[in-house]
Design a protein around this ligand. Sequence first.
Ligand code: F0G
Length: 352
Amino acid sequence: HTPWPGLIEAYRDRLPIGENWKTVTLLEGGTPLVPAGHLSEITGCDVYLKVEGLNPTGSFKDRGMTMAVTDALARGQKAVLCASTGNTSASAAAYAAVAKMTCAVLVPQGKIAMGKLAQAVMHGAKIIQVEGNFDDCLELARKTTAEFPTIGLVNSVNPVRIEGQKTAAFEIVEALGKAPDIHALPVGNAGNITAYWKGYSEYHADGISSSRPRMLGVQAAGAAPLVHGAPVKDPETIATAIRIGSPASWNGAVAAKEESNGAFRAATDDEILEAYRLIARTEGVFVEPASAASVAGLLAAHKEGWLDRGQTVVCTVTGNGLKDPDTALLGMPAVQPIPVDPVAVATALELV
Ligand code: F0G
């Protein structure tokens, strides 16, 4: 049994990595594909959760970031910059710290989850709050790095990010021994759906899997440009990670949907929160709200008869629930402390 070496070492022959490059890694990837018993019961399918919240900084972004920061270091860049709804900034900050590079993050003012901000702070990133949304931040990051080319742009518009993230599809095919029939995932800036489709397509082209899944891309109803077919000017959703109105990888997402005979769906905030609580209580997997969009979309698709019994379904749950404790505790009533007394415990449990 050899320990997991991180995804660059695991998939080096499928990644654009120079032989003598110094790899910047936190041993990301190799995440579990957890069978989801309750979701399987509801849908009549074999449903699995690809638990990306178990990456080093708690989201799938680490797959792209090990590549992006390794690449930036090889190019001799001294600083990296990203726009972020939170997870990209946490990941960029951690990998830049390891690489001893400066990291600056542009985040939409007041719209990023507490845990993500805490991560960027702890890893020593320069945090710049912008009076605007993610789309404004990304435009600003693109313009800045175009004008100052010594700063590396580590958003998923950087193609090496997509290369790193495609490895999640490889892992799924290896774990199942085949490609799933359906793959559901949340879609914001649309880099990840583009990356999964690339990964599935590469394994299919090389005969490692005999099929590719139908891709189900799920957006929040208030931030669903791909569902509407046009950018959304003022995106709004409780799932702040995917509060994005103008996805950069628009074409990649549309290609994934069309080539896979897949679909885009919108999930309302209520549906997202319901799925968020459901998988925490029934599957034992605590994800952040945006991640639960994949499950919300799957359940809605099931109700509409989009799934066939017995199909193999994978939902990517993209980020760890611990990143956003505020949403988890939303509406929780204040509880009275009890005396140090077993009877009081039993009373509180409503057992006596
Ligand atoms: N889920 C989570 C938890 C995310 O943080 C993101 C994107 C997505 C899903 C959507 O992935 O953008 O590739 O379609 N977060 C980015 C960020 C925008 O800045 O952390 P996508």
